[in-house]
Structures are given as C-alpha cells and as structure tokens.
Design a protein around this ligand. Sequence first.
Ligand SMILES: Cc1cc2nc3c(=O)[nH]c(=O)nc-3n(C[C@H](O)[C@H](O)[C@H](O)COP(=O)(O)O)c2cc1C
Ligand code: SF4
Length: 373
Amino acid sequence: MTAIFEETAIKSMTMRNRLIRSATWEGMCDQDGRPTEKLINWYRDLALGGIGLIVTGYAYVRPDGKHNTGQMGIHTHDFADDYKQMTHAVHVAGGKIAVQLVHGGGQSDAKIAGRRPFAPSAVKVDQFPEMPEELTKDEIDKIVAAFGKAAFRAKMWGFDAVQLHGAHGFLINQFLSPLTNRRTDAYGGSIENRSRFMLEVYRKVRDTVGVDYPVLIKLNAADFVEGGLEIDEAIYAAEKLAEAGIDAIEVSSGTPASGKNSPVRVKITNPKKEAYNLELARRIKKAVNCPVVVVGGFRSYKVVEKALRNYGMDYIAMSRPLIREPGLANRWLQGNRNPARCISCNSCFMGGLEEGGIYCVTEKKVKEKAAGQ
Ligand SMILES: Cc1cc2nc3c(=O)[nH]c(=O)nc-3n(C[C@H](O)[C@H](O)[C@H](O)COP(=O)(O)O)c2cc1C
Ligand code: SF4
C-alpha cells in the first residue's frame, strides 16, 4: 500500500517520502536573478523540515523570459558558485532539490524582461499584460537551446533533477493552448503541432542531461479560460511526454486569467475544497505509465493519504502550507497529524513583491498578537 513516509526513487534520485515542495517563487534573488543567502537558507530550512523533494521557484532560461521581481535566473554561468552553495546546503540537510525551468513568453512583463514579450502568436489575451511579438522559427530554436543549456548548468551545479514549467500559462503552456497559439506552421493547429515545442524542449533537455538524470514537468491539465487547453488535449500531451521518457508529471491547472480557478485558489477552508486538481490528475494517471504528482490545495493528512491510496497518485506537492510551516513533513512524521495551518489567503505574495521575499503574513500576525504587540 502506498504510504506517505516511504522511500522512493525516480532514477538516481531517492526521496525520503512522497511529499514534494511544489515550485514557489520566493522573490529572494537580486535584480540579475542571482540567488541570495536568504534564499539558500530558505531551501536549507525546507530540507531540514523533512520534505522529500524541493522544487525551486521558477528560474528563467533567458532574461527575456523573466516574469517576476526577485525571480531566479539560470541563464548564465556566472551564478555557478551560488547555485552550488544552494544544492550543497540542501544535501547537507538531508534533502533533494530540483530546479524549475521557465520561459514566461507572453506573460513576461516588458519592464521586468527588458523587451517586448515573445509568444507563440501576437494575440492580446487576458493572461498577457500586453500584445506580444510572434516567435520566429529561429527564436523558437534559440529558446529550445536555452532550456537545454539551463538543464546542463543545473546538472553541473548539483541539482538532483530539473522540472520544465509547462503550466500556469507560461510559454510551454502557451504553445499547448489553442487560445494563445494561433500559428499556422508546424507549431500550431492540431494538438500534435501544439505539443511540438514542449516535446522539442523535453528532447533537448534529455539529450543534454542524459538518460539517467530525472527530467520532470509541471503540466496544466486544464487552463480554465475560454478557448484554452482542456483535459482531453492535456492527456494527449501527457501521453506524448510519457512515451518520450519524461520521469514524472506534476498536474496543475489554471492561468492568471482563470479567476476562482487560478492555480493558487483561495478559501480552502475544509477538506472538500482541498485537492482541487485531483480528478484531473486521476485522468492523466490513467493515461500514462510514469509517476504522477498532484498539486493544489492539499492541507489534511487524510486527504493526502487518500490521494495516494485511492487515486493512485505517486506524490503530493504543496506550496503555501510550507511557507507557513517549512517543517510540516516532520510534524506529520512525528505524529502530529493536524492539518497544515495555511489558511489559503495568498497574502504571502506581497512580501515577495515588496519586502525582498515571501513570508507567511498570517503567521507573523499570530506571533505579534501572542507577543502583545
Ligand atoms: C508565492 C507563490 C509562488 C509560486 N510560484 C510558483 C512557481 O514559481 N512555479 C510554479 O509552478 N508554481 C508556483 N506557484 C504555485 C504553486 O506551486 C502551487 O501550484 C499552488 O500554490 C497550489 O498549491 P498549494 O495549494 O499547495 O499552495 C506559486 C505559489 C505561491 C503561493
Ligand atoms: S500568507 Fe500564510 S496563511 Fe496565507 S496563503 Fe500564504 S502561507 Fe498560507
């Protein structure tokens, strides 16, 4: 029977349990994308807290794919020492770490990315801040190459795996979505063509890191925007990835334009509202033969257990619960099985945008109140 605290392996990467820290932008890098000591300590603390695998916040593979302030960059060899310190800190603390690779495409912001954003097509949709420029075939090839180079650096610098960001409306997802991809060449039209960019990125990364190195993807199973990617086509994309040799698929959903169905849903106040991508993930799991990870609203030990045992999930990923409680995995392991204390208010984003790094605002308020401030 699948148990939460069971050691597993994805290729060479062993994990002490089935709990994963889902990629979470922390806003703790300098303006060039270089990781800071604060960020390295953040990952060390997560590893000390017992989580099986940490996926870093999204790291841009080219500066024109940067999406957010304080975001990690993995576009240059200049940060080698900083990244080596990061992976070393996690390993010494007993953890494993994968880096998430992204290009923001049309969701990039010209002020942050330094130029007008590129996208599969020049369409202005709600999820894009402005009208992007359509990618030429030459630029597509260069971005594919940039993913390969980023994966090479990741492996050299001690990361245990890489994860491609194919969710939440970023570039890979933009190619998959019929809303944002209106191309008439080999990258647009049928789902076969819309999957081409994703598969080219995957193959380039695989060729670079070799067959033994874990390559994962976070994939939208549905965009929840009119005209966007839907489950049947996401299943096709997942099947193709599995056939091509992907090592695990983390199932998510939504884009910044998906309203209450955003990737980061609020008001998860009872177990019924938890695990909001579980049905989608079950459909993906039925179609593929690789491990499937599910993310989105996991808060209770019992819901996590049920997703593993009754829904066939291989791993459960969480983001916000670990901002409030980096030691959640160890707390559960040691027998305190109360739900995660995160109340899904999303106030943590503000710290990353305005105060040099995310933190749990609710926890801070609770502590201040207890201290009588
Ligand atoms: C502050 C913050 C930053 C996030 N950054 C990323 C990211 O870099 N990459 C990503 O794939 N998802 C990102 N997410 C989404 C989470 O990984 C996760 O999919 C979502 O929060 C739902 O899981 P949860 O209910 O466990 O928080 C972020 C979420 C939060 C709250
Ligand atoms: S601020 Fe704290 S309680 Fe609110 S979503 Fe973020 S981690 Fe959870």
